[in-house]
Design a binder for this molecule. Structure first.
Ligand code: HEC
Length: 154
């Protein structure tokens, strides 16, 4: 009986250690897939493509988006600052997204949210915000050029 109590006690202790480790790992390295996936029924902000692109170009250099003073340009100043996966149609596989969220594919706007959280250490942008729409327009314009396409949406 004593042995059994001891066994149960150490099993419970082990379970607590494993749970605490999981919480710590998710809190430290994990990003919720919900942070990078557009909620069902939500709509993106829309405006003239040229306006969104101009705003996105400015925001891409804006360090005030990040509590630690980074902008997207900190890491993606040049068009060739992305890995090879960038040169595939969206949604597509991105290694660090898979590692941190478990998702096998991500959209361009999901990628903006992912770098907002993982690289800028900020909160995800509101899904209906002009900021998210503008940064996505900027990313899609670079993507269009990377793919050698004539329109961002073909
Ligand atoms: C601290 C550096 C850093 C900053 C700042 C940063 N990113 Fe990233 N970003 C990365 C890294 C690293 C990758 C490559 C991830 C991979 O391929 O596994 C990446 C990948 C990307 C990709 C391409 C992924 C693909 O293959 O499709 C896009 C688009 C992107 N970032 C957008 C942004 C935007 C928009 C911002 C600003 C909100 C931003 N990034 C800020 C580090 C950064």
């Amino acid at each position: 009986m004593r042995n059994r109590t001891k066994y149960l006690g150490s099993t419970a202790a082990a379970a607590i250690v494993v749970a605490a480790a999981a919480v710590f790992l998710i809190a430290t390295f994990g990003i919720s897939p919900y942070s990078v996936t557009r909620p069902l029924g939500s709509k993106p902000f829309t405006d003239e493509p040229a306006k969104l692109l101009a705003m996105g170009t400015t925001l891409h250099a804006d360090t005030s988006l990040s509590p630690i003073g980074r902008s997207c340009n900190t890491c993606h100043l040049e068009e060739d600052s992305y890995k090879a996966t960038f040169n595939k149609p969206y949604p597509h596989y991105v290694r660090s997204v898979q590692l941190k969220t478990g998702l096998d594919r991500i959209t361009a706007e999901g990628m903006v949210q992912f770098c907002m959280v993982s690289a800028l250490e900020a909160k995800p942008l509101p899904w209906d915000s002009n900021t998210l729409a503008a940064l996505t327009a900027f990313v899609l314009e670079r993507h269009r050029r990377a793919l050698g396409r004539t329109s961002a949406i073909d």
